[in-house]
Design a protein around this ligand. Structure first.
Ligand SMILES: [Zn+2]
Length: 292
């Protein structure tokens, strides 16, 4: 009960701040009112760009473009559309120009993306190390990460996928043999717990990927991918066992497998990657504040 009340409170807070932003942006007459949340984002945050066309029944769904990448928007209640724009530790902090276009004139807005310091690790790799990973697993994982389906299945803040302690947080950067890895960041959150401990779905969705070591998932290990809809995806890797099948619909909190150390893992842990339109974002805002 308490949890349900908390969710309702969070939902009403989000709506209250969202409408305050409407008033702020709609002083002048525009083809679209646009509300961007959070208003003071940092690297790793997911930007929620809510567009309300000032036409009663727009025939063209607005597109949101940031850094030449176009993001689809999907209908929300109240004649609004919403696009989710991912950011990550590799982005350049500073001014982000957000272009909204549809059947009427284009609107440009700007938001400042704050820098953020991520923990670093120094890793020593042995010489002549063989890189793990098969074409089969990279193809399957790549196809999964490209899914953008129109329905929204998540509802409210996401659930902690494991009761284990967080052993590695999102965004950690690395030096390999003393050289900074420009393109590496920890693309998820790790939870350490005993082999076989339950792993649950952080939010509702369809199982769109089940990968097994026996089928060539030598890097990720046993893997489950969940489509939460509208470009939001979870990937859970290194599992000891998988309790679901592709095509199943799971609800938030439903057990999907067990913690393991399959694939490239030094000990039993769950790696949860949360992807938004193909980019691994910080799950923390999705877990605590939630995104409508
Ligand atoms: Zn990890």
């Amino acid at each position: 009960m308490a949890n349900i009340r908390r969710r309702e409170l969070l939902a009403s807070l989000f709506l209250a701040s969202g409408w305050a932003a409407w008033e702020f942006t709609s002083k002048a007459a525009h083809a679209y009112d646009v509300a961007i949340a959070p208003t003071d984002p940092q690297l790793g945050d997911t930007l929620s760009v809510v567009v309300r066309p000032n036409t009663p029944t727009p025939s063209v769904v607005p597109t949101v473009t940031v850094n030449d990448i176009a993001y689809r928007s999907f209908p929300l209640s109240g004649n609004r559309f919403r696009a989710l724009v991912p950011t990550n530790p590799l982005d350049t902090p500073g001014r982000l120009v957000i272009r909204v276009s549809g059947e009427e004139t284009t609107r440009n807005l700007a938001v400042g993306l704050r820098n953020r310091t991520f923990r670093t690790q120094r890793i020593t790799l042995p010489p002549n190390r063989r890189d793990l990973g098969t074409d089969y697993e990279f193809d399957r994982v790549g196809q999964f990460k490209a899914i953008v389906s129109p329905e929204r299945y998540w509802n409210g803040p996401m659930v902690r996928p494991s009761q284990g302690r967080v052993s590695s947080e999102y965004g950690i950067r690395r030096y390999y043999n003393g050289v900074f890895a420009e393109n590496y960041y920890h693309r998820g959150v790790d939870y350490a717990a005993g082999t076989g401990s339950p792993v649950v779905a952080p939010a509702a969705g369809y199982i769109r990927l089940v990968g097994r070591v026996a089928d060539g998932f030598e890097l990720h290990g046993n893997t489950v991918g969940i489509d939460h809809g509208q470009g939001v995806l979870s990937i859970m890797i290194h599992l000891s066992r998988v309790d679901v099948n592709e095509g199943d619909f799971v609800s938030a909190g439903q057990v999907i497998g067990g913690i393991g150390s399959t694939g490239a893992a030094t000990g039993p842990h769950l790696h949860w990657g949360l992807y938004v339109n193909g980019v691994a974002v910080d799950p923390v805002p999705w877990r605590f504040a939630g995104i409508e």
